[in-house]
Design a protein around this ligand. Sequence first.
Ligand SMILES: C[S@@+](CC[C@H](N)C(=O)[O-])C[C@H]1O[C@@H](n2cnc3c(N)ncnc32)[C@H](O)[C@@H]1O
Length: 252
Amino acid sequence: MPPTAPDPSSGEQLPVRTAAVWAALDPLVGAGSALRVLDVGGGSGGFAVPLARLGHEVTVVDPSADALATLERRAQNAGVGARVRGLQGDGDQLHELPLGGTGDDGGGYDLALCHAVLEVVDDPATTLREITRALRSGGQVSVATANRAGAVLARALSGHPKEALALLEDRDPAPGRTRPARRRFGPADLLALVEDAGLTPGEWRGVAVVADLLDASSGADPAAVRRLELALAAASPYRDVATGLHVLATRP
Ligand SMILES: C[S@@+](CC[C@H](N)C(=O)[O-])C[C@H]1O[C@@H](n2cnc3c(N)ncnc32)[C@H](O)[C@@H]1O
C-alpha cells in the first residue's frame, strides 16, 4: 500500500454521507492485495481516486467526456494517474468496451462499483447483467441507489407534498419536463434486480440516514455523525428511510 493512501473508513477525506458504503467496501479494499476494480458510471472519480490511492487498479466507464477529463485530472493530481483508466461508454453495453482482463468473458474484475447509476441508465437489469459478466467468479459488486422512501420524506420535508405523494405512488413527480425522471428503488426492488442478474446479495444498508437531514449550520461533530450513520445503516426502521440503499453482491 502506498504511504499516502487514505483510510476509507476514517472518513477523513471522504464525505460522511457515503460512510456506510466505504464501511462495506473496507474489508475488501483494505485487505492488502491490489484489486482490479471496474467503476461503472464512476464520473469524476469520487470513489475511483481514493481506491487508486489504496493501490487498486481502477477502470472507470462513463458516457460523459467532461467527467472523464475531470477524473484524469484528479487522478494525476493525486499521483495515481497510472492506476486509473477512463473509458467512455454505457453501463448497459460494457461488452462493447475494451475492458481487458483475464476472464474468459472479457472482464475478470475483482470488484465493480455501480453507485448512483441504476437511476439513470436505460435498463437497470441489463446494466447489472453486464456488470456480472465483467466480474470474475467470486468477484463482488457494490450497488448504491436512491431510496424511494428517503426521497418521499425529503420532498415532503422541503415543502413539496404533491411531489412526495407522486414518488410514493411511483409516479413522475414532475411530469412534462424533457429529461426522464430519475428512478428510485425500494430495498425489495434492488435485491430482486441483483438476484435476477445472477448475483448473491448480502445484507442491504441505508446510506445517509441522517447526513442529508442535518442542517449544515448544526455544528455537529462530523466524526460523531459518521459513527451514528454507521450505527443506523443496518438498523430498521432507520435504514428504511435513508437517502440511499447499498448492497454488496457476489458473482457465484
Ligand atoms: C450521480 S453520478 C454518480 C457518480 C459516481 N458513481 C458517484 O457515486 O459519485 C451518475 C453518473 O452516471 C453516469 N451515467 C449516466 N448514464 C450512464 C450510463 N448509461 N452508463 C454508465 N454511466 C452513466 C453519469 O455520467 C454520471 O457520471
